[in-house]
Write a protein that binds this ligand. Structure first.
Ligand code: NAP
Ligand code: GCO
Length: 266
């Protein structure tokens, strides 16, 4: 098949960070179904075990590692182990992320740093660990999970928006620096996805009515609903496959139309 139409990930090794559940799990599962050997990490053993059980129940033979992606020594060690036990990483998805919803003037500098550390410094650390072998192998795909907050601001998410905006520019810089090595680095900017990270924003009120934020998001999304993690998988497979070899430094927003929309008129 011509590379231009090749969406298969057959024979590829894909590392997805923070993929025991949520968006990372959905993307890693789609990669496995497209033929890749899936490797994931999470910060705690109990989540790795839970993730392994879920992949097994879905018929996926994944390999899980305990790794704090903010810790450079742990990341370097994990990547060495993956190369020895599974193979060189062909596809990296920087998915692990945290959010702290605190008004900026109430947020401590330490809390701000924690978010930057996981959401921005870690993608730098993990990318840096896999790029040398990708260069030797002659190709590589890096996909950074960005956000609406790579483009927009909102009350209470200063650190997250700073990190995800920075991640957009890290994406463009990896593209600029390693495009000549046949490495493509792109981002996916999910809209509002129903996962544990956003569960507090969807909690029902005491009287059984919808959370005001839930109503706000449905009103701001032309699709009129929250998205499912599985809806990110087609774009994620595309960006990991040879079909996207000419796409580099791009952020693909998968947002049900939020960024195109001024909001529901009164
Ligand atoms: P999630 O449900 O909270 O999952 C995030 C995963 O990252 C968890 O497995 C978490 O592990 C792991 N993680 C956190 N810190 C880590 C660290 N230092 N080292 C290794 N793993 C770590 O989040 P999600 O909603 O699936 O989001 C995944 C990514 O998409 C994040 O980057 C998020 O910012 C982004 N995103 C989400 C949405 C959305 O609406 N949900 C929208 C746009 C972008 P533990 O649970 O063990 O901490
Ligand atoms: C928030 C949300 C967002 C989403 C997502 C939007 O508090 O505004 O949690 O940040 O998780 O990143 O794309």
């Amino acid at each position: 098949m011509s590379d231009f139409l090749n969406f298969s990930l057959e024979g590829k090794v894909a590392l997805v960070t923070g993929a025991s559940y949520g968006i990372g799990y959905a993307i890693a599962s789609a990669y496995a179904k497209s033929g890749a050997k899936v490797v994931f990490c999470d910060i705690k053993q109990e989540f790795v075990d839970k993730g392994l059980a879920s992949y097994k129940a879905d018929g996926i033979d994944a390999k899980g590692y305990v790794c704090d992606v903010t810790n450079e020594a742990m990341v370097q060690d994990m990547v060495k182990k993956i190369e020895a036990e599974v193979g060189v990483v062909d596809i990296l998805v920087n998915n692990a992320g945290i959010i702290k919803r605190i008004p900026m003037c109430d947020m401590s500098a330490d809390e701000f740093r924690q978010v930057i550390d996981v959401d921005l410094n870690a993608p730098f650390i993990v990318s840096k660990a896999v790029i040398p072998s990708m260069i030797k192998k002659g190709h590589g795909k890096i996909i950074n999970i960005c956000s609406m907050m790579s483009e927009l601001g909102r009350e209470t998410v200063s650190a997250y928006a700073a990190a995800k905006g920075g991640l957009k520019m890290l994406t463009r810089n990896i593209c600029s620096e390693y495009g000549a090595n046949n490495i493509q680095c792109n981002g996916i900017g999910p809209g509002y996805i129903a996962t544990p990270q956003t569960a507090p924003l969807r909690e029902k009120q005491a009287d059984g009515s919808k959370h005001p934020f839930d109503q706000f998001i449905c009103g701001r999304t032309p699709a009129g609903r929250w998205l499912q993690a599985e809806e990110l998988t087609g774009p994620a497979v595309f960006l990991a496959s040879d079909a996207s070899n000419a796409v580099n430094g791009h952020i693909l927003y998968v947002d049900g139309g939020i960024l195109a929309y001024i909001g529901k008129q009164p």
